[in-house]
Design a protein around this ligand. Structure first.
Ligand code: NAD
Length: 439
């Protein structure tokens, strides 16, 4: 990453454009939420950049500034929103349809939300079988589509007077795919775009268009997108921060809170059964087994990495882990998750934990989108590029450089995030020995 202690961070001056491929429930809950917060209608609960603090120096010094006062982050008033969708609804219509934020609040924001209209999306139904887009670009090749996206970006930047841009994929989950030859190098990928290779997904075309222009790119969905060597090579070439994947919300957030605690107390795990009902469009898309497979793989990896069965075979060898998502329209965005956790204690005696989380998916995801927009922009101004592992805190499946395993423990992730901020300021790092969280 090439960071030095106490780095020069360019100031967050001017407007920051936040580009969102996919303007559905998560994206509009984020946009409408920011507008509501700016008007003083609500508080930015769940956002580290808006509400978090950071301890500096020794505990006795009592220096605990707000994160947003400590490092230079774009202010909410400087954000401008734009994006693409395969349906033409503006942000007001899409937010009403999503049914996450109360209509009374949305109606107070209707003029600013209605002014945000999606640009035509790049779409291929083979990748999201349950949707048939009506607001879709036509092109002579996938490279042509990428160039159309780049032209959209230039136009958006000019029309809105943006100083900088960031992009966060909030589009539907695409079907499960493994990386292939065409994803292995930038040259092969660009050649694949030109011949419209089947293996190049729409989400990868957005990622290419953004990274090519040096726009920090994050993947909020679990499908294979920016995690391929070709796009990582492009990110290095253009000096662009990238990150992913799959916003850490709901059941997996709970898992990464609970599992480190079980492991800390060396309680064994026999099995963890997770099931959900979800009725929004995301749930509908995930009703397709190929899209669900993508999500399942992303959700299943978490426990292995936290519990380290290879290091603790007596406690964690062969635990049974099942994740199910069932589409159930009456609940809309209000997901209900059930977890049954079979654990073992002293002398092997079995115990059970039941978690019943009545969560709101997009309410948990929106502050993540905000924090990622601000931190990815910060990273770029700090000269950081490539995979931003310090933002693993936000991901179900954090990206890592090849050969390294991801960190899933929420508390270690938070410590690494804050230490990275301290590092950019040249402040002393707080380590495990400093015990920020456990005393
Ligand atoms: N809400 C959460 O807690 C959460 C957590 C982790 C990940 N995610 C992921 O975030 C994504 C968005 O979730 P959501 O609840 O907003 O879903 P959603 O269905 O409400 O919104 C997705 C939007 O993307 C659009 N879209 C699909 N393909 C597109 C394309 N190629 N180009 C442009 N737009 C496209 C759809 O038309 C839709 O409007 C999903 O992939 C979901 O799995 C959500």
């Amino acid at each position: 990453m090439g960071l030095k202690k106490g780095v020069d961070v360019k100031p967050a001056s001017g407007k920051l454009g936040v580009l969102l491929p996919g303007m559905g429930a998560v994206a509009t809950t984020f946009i409408a939420g920011v507008q509501a917060i700016k008007r003083g209608l609500a508080a930015p609960i769940g956002s580290l950049t808006q509400m978090g603090t950071i301890r500096l120096g020794k505990r006795t010094e009592n220096r605990v500034p707000a994160i947003r006062d400590y490092v230079s982050l774009a202010g909410l008033d400087d954000l401008v929103f734009g994006g693409w969708d395969i349906f033409p609804d503006n942000a007001y219509q899409a937010a009403v349809r999503a049914g996450v934020i109360d209509r009374g609040v949305l109606d107070q924001l209707d003029s600013e939300l209605a002014a945000i209209t999606p640009m035509k999306g790049v779409f291929e139904q083979a990748y999201v079988k349950k949707l048939t887009g009506t607001h879709v670009k036509k092109g002579t090749s996938k490279m042509d589509l990428a160039q159309q996206l780049m032209a959209d970006i230039d136009r958006f930047k000019g029309e809105n007077g943006c100083d900088r841009l960031v992009a966060i994929w909030c589009g539907s989950t695409e079907v499960y795919r493994e990386p292939t030859e065409v994803h292995s190098t930038l040259a092969k990928f660009e050649e694949g775009l030109t011949r419209s290779a089947d293996a190049i997904a729409p989400s990868q075309i957005y990622a290419y268009a953004c990274i090519k222009q040096g726009i920090p790119y994050s993947n909020g969905a679990p499908n294979l997108s920016v995690e391929i060597p070709a796009l990582q090579e492009l990110a290095r070439e253009t000096g662009t921060p990238i990150g992913g994947k799959d916003f850490k919300t709901g059941q997996t957030l709970m898992k990464t809170i609970l599992a480190p605690g079980l492991k800390a107390r060396l309680l064994g795990l026999e099995g963890w059964y997770s099931t959900n009902i979800l009725g929004n469009r995301d749930g509908e898309v995930l009703d397709d087994p190929d899209s669900f497979k993508t999500k399942e793989v992303s959700k299943l990896g978490v426990l292995d990495h936290i519990l380290q069965p290879d290091k603790y075979p007596e406690l964690y060898r062969d635990f049974y882990h099942v994740v199910r998502i069932n589409y159930y329209p009456p609940r809309g965005d209000n997901k209900e998750g059930w977890d049954n956790i079979d654990i073992r204690g002293w002398l092997g005696y079995p115990m059970q934990i039941k978690v019943n989380f009545l969560c709101r998916d997009s309410i948990l995801a929106a502050p993540i989108v905000l924090d990622l927009a601000l931190f990815m922009d910060f990273a770029q101004r700090a000269g950081m590029y490539g995979i931003q592992e310090w933002l693993s805190f936000y991901w179900k499946s954090p990206m890592t450089p090849s050969g390294l395993y991801p960190e899933h423990d929420l508390f270690i992730q938070l410590m690494k995030l804050k230490n990275t901020l301290r590092y950019t300021k040249g402040d002393e790092l707080i380590t495990h020995l400093g015990a920020e969280y456990y005393d």
